[in-house]
Design a protein around this ligand. Structure first.
Ligand code: ATP
Length: 242
């Protein structure tokens, strides 16, 4: 239950010392939509997610979830507010089993305010059947695709309003990517989850996204619905690499 909340970013600016990594970025990730953030290496995509999730303090601008200001919130409070961040590189705890990793996600779900009923372990196993077959296995024994399923499943167990995904397709076979994206698309459509999807692989991101923004040197250089971006030859050649 409960109305789904949109993530809104306004005028977001972030620096690493003298390097301006994000420059006055505006974007909205509404419920029931996949919003892609595209751009070359170094465009600022990871910095955007780190700033939204409270890992990096912005120099200027605002981050809001459902109208609640999270700009100065700690990473823990951002997570508790309902923004789940799946970082690049699949942060599974390799010494723990699949089930132990998932229980950590459930723990965060139980700490979140009771506005939304978190999914159960059984729910995420039916979303990602390969995980069910590997419950008692240490996470280090999983394939790349299984690890990506595991971190997404763990994030879903916290019953987020918004899922931030950093390069989920990296290093995975196209067939595995399609499978994971199909699960996400279904959750977005049926549950109204908001997904903010960071990808260097623009072609595959635009195949699942509703809308996209293109970053270059920390600035938004284009924003449109996914089909429009995918059909723009000039933009594809200049920024999207396909
Ligand atoms: P990638 O796909 O390589 O992660 P990206 O689009 O996510 O690229 P960011 O990682 O956000 O880009 O980097 C944006 C800019 O900030 C780049 O110029 C990068 O070199 C710089 N940068 C990123 N992290 C740091 C850091 N820890 N210290 C200094 N500069 C950094």
């Amino acid at each position: 239950g409960g109305t789904r909340a949109a993530l809104r970013v306004r005028g977001l600016t972030a620096r690493y010392g003298p390097v301006i990594a994000l420059d006055d970025v505006d974007l909205t990730a509404p419920p029931g939509r996949v919003t892609a953030v595209l751009g070359a290496n170094g465009a600022g995509k990871t910095t955007l997610l780190r700033t939204v999730s409270g890992l990096l303090r912005p120099k200027a601008g605002r981050v809001e979830l459902g109208g609640v200001d999270l700009t100065e919130a700690s990473a823990e409070d951002v997570a508790r507010a309902g923004i789940a961040h799946v970082p690049e590189g699949r942060g599974v705890i390799t010494e723990l089993t699949v089930e132990e990793n998932l229980r950590l996600g459930s723990l965060l779900g139980s700490l979140r305010s009771a506005s939304r009923t978190p999914p159960t372990l059984a729910d995420v196993y039916s979303l990602f059947p390969p995980l069910r077959r590997r419950v008692g296995h240490a996470a280090h024994s999983l394939s790349g695709g299984e690890r990506q399923m595991l971190v997404i499943a763990r994030a879903l167990l916290s019953a987020p309003e918004v899922l931030l995904l950093d390069e989920p397709s990296l290093g995975l076979a196209p067939r595995v990517v399609s499978r994971i994206f199909a699960v996400l698309r279904d959750l977005v459509d049926t549950e109204g989850l908001a997904v903010l999807l960071v990808e260097q692989n623009a072609r595959s991101a635009l195949s699942i996204a509703d809308t996209g923004v293109v970053l270059n040197l920390g600035r938004v250089v284009a924003r449109a619905d996914a089909a429009t971006l995918a059909a723009d030859d000039e933009l594809r050649h200049a920024y999207l690499g396909f």
